[in-house]
Structure formats: C-alpha cells, structure tokens
Design a protein around this ligand. Structure first.
Ligand SMILES: [Zn+2]
Length: 132
C-alpha cells in the first residue's frame, strides 16, 4: 500500500498500480505502477545473510560470526536509508545478536574447558570443536 495525496488534500492508501476511492470526497486516486515495486516489501538480502551466519556461528564459531556482525550492520544501514524498499530489520538484529552470542558461547566453552583441565589448544590443533 502506498500513501497517495488526493486532489482534495486527503491522504489515501492505494495499492501500487491500483485505484482506491478517497474516503473524504470519493475521488478515485490512482497509484503509479512503479510504486508497487518501490513499496514492495523485500527482506534485505544482507539481513537474511546476517541471520544465516548468526545461526551458523553456533555450529562453526568465529568464521561466520565476524562477517555476520558486519553484514548485519550493513543491512540495518540499508533498511534505515531505504525503509520503503527493505524490511528485515528484526532479522538483521537477530543476525548480529546470534553472531555475537555464538562467539560468546565459544569463549564460554573454551574457558570452561580450560578450567576443567582440558588441553584447549589441542581442540584447535585437531580442528575438533570442544563440544564433540
Ligand atoms: Zn479526496
């Protein structure tokens, strides 16, 4: 839906490329076709990538988490600059939070492993995550 201004000055919600009657004067208000595309709600690709990396950071920490945070911040910037073109703000925030949390969880595992007397560096040498 796009907010169009009627000739009477009233604002009318019109579907992009469609027509809707003005509730005040009854005038038919049309929305240009391009408004359909400008207003179409597409989740930011960066937000989706950030969220995916955030989820992955729980399984493969460190590698996806850093780009997960960066891409999430870029997604939030895109969404803030073009709020009519992109959605996915919640997805981007979730991506950033998950990316950070995935790393904190790894640090927690390393710290608790070290405290339990495991050879923490050996985990990295063997490439086996601490929880396997
Ligand atoms: Zn009107």
């Amino acid at each position: 839906m796009v907010l169009m201004r009627c000739t009477c000055g009233n604002r009318v919600e019109v579907r992009g490329g469609g027509v809707a009657p003005c509730p005040r004067c009854g005038h038919q208000v049309g929305a240009p076709m391009h408004a359909l595309y400008r207003q179409s709600e597409v989740a930011s690709g960066k937000a989706i990538i950030s969220f995916t990396l955030g989820v992955l950071s729980f399984f493969f920490p460190l590698v996806p988490a850093i780009p997960g945070v960066i891409i999430g911040i870029l997604a939030l910037r895109d969404i803030r600059r073009q709020p009519s073109a992109y959605t996915g703000r919640g997805l981007a925030i979730a991506g950033i939070v998950l990316s950070i949390f995935g790393n904190l969880l790894l640090l927690f595992w390393i710290a608790s492993g070290a405290l339990a007397g495991h050879d923490v560096l050996d985990w990295f040498r063997r490439g086996v995550p601490p929880w396997q």
